[in-house]
Design a protein. Structure first.
Length: 252
């Protein structure tokens, strides 16, 4: 269950270069704007609070956050955004669900289709893979000075649906309706969360050999780097060892 979730979490941390940071701020700003359509006060709009927390964790300037909120509430004019999901297949049938926020649907679908075709995948019809995923709360914690097993028990006591303890990361999964309660319980216990969001979790994972896993990861990265793509979900199992090998390859 943890493979692609872990991959995406790690990928977000690799955008430290100025150019990538600017792109990241654009994506985070769009997420805030969409969330703010349901109300501009993070205290009463949980979706907005999550988006703002994610932006702050990425060191997004306060002014940028406030402008994004104003655009969402209509207090400031901005781009007309729409949410679109695209579905398709990577190498050897890996299921991919691509979440997009865009002001130009034609550009978005063209870019997504091009990424699929260039990296051994294919864009599919609506509904072709969405049924393979379910919405769950997803929280990641770096144990640091905490015992990972104790963190897992704490999460379960708070109502977590599942917990995966990795080499250096604890992943907590909740039912969507329990997410806010579990998140707040962990924070009240003084636990620093690395990330917390509603996530599309695959119901089962696909196992590939090293060569084909690398091919699929290259496609995932190509999709994640597109201007309009907010998130990419897959059912590919990516181990810690495979992630390390990919990082080594990507840095050369």
């Amino acid at each position: 269950m943890s493979g692609h979730s872990k991959w995406s979490t790690i990928k977000r941390k690799k955008g430290a270069a100025d150019a990538k940071r600017g792109q990241l701020f654009t994506k985070l700003g769009r997420e805030i704007t969409i969330a703010a359509r349901e109300g501009g006060d993070p205290a009463t709009n949980f979706k907005l609070r999550l988006a703002v927390e994610k932006a702050r964790a990425a060191s997004m300037p306060k002014d940028n956050i406030q402008r994004a909120i104003r655009r969402g509430t209509g207090a400031e004019k901005g781009e007309e955004l729409e949410e679109v999901n695209y579905e398709g297949y990577g190498p050897h049938g890996v299921a991919l669900l691509v979440q997009v926020l865009t002001d130009n649907r034609n550009r978005a679908v063209s870019d997504v289709r091009r990424a699929f075709s260039r990296h051994g995948g294919s864009l599919g019809e609506t509904g072709c893979v969405a049924w393979l995923f379910e919405s769950k709360g997803y929280i990641t914690i770096y144990p640091n000075d905490h015992d990972p097993d104790e963190l897992a028990l704490m999460a379960i006591d708070a109502g977590a649906d599942d917990v995966t303890v990795g080499r250096d990361l604890v992943e907590v999964f909740t039912l969507a309706n329990d997410f806010q309660r579990v998140k707040e319980a962990l924070e009240k216990n003084g636990i620093t969360l690395d990330s917390a969001e509603i996530y599309k979790v695959p119901k089962s994972l696909t196992e590939l050999d090293e060569k084909d896993t690398m091919k699929a990861m290259i496609l995932i990265e190509a999709l994640e780097e597109l201007e309009d793509v907010q998130q990419v979900y897959s059912n590919l199992n990516i181990t810690d060892e495979m992630m390390a090998k990919y990082d080594e390859w990507a840095s050369t």
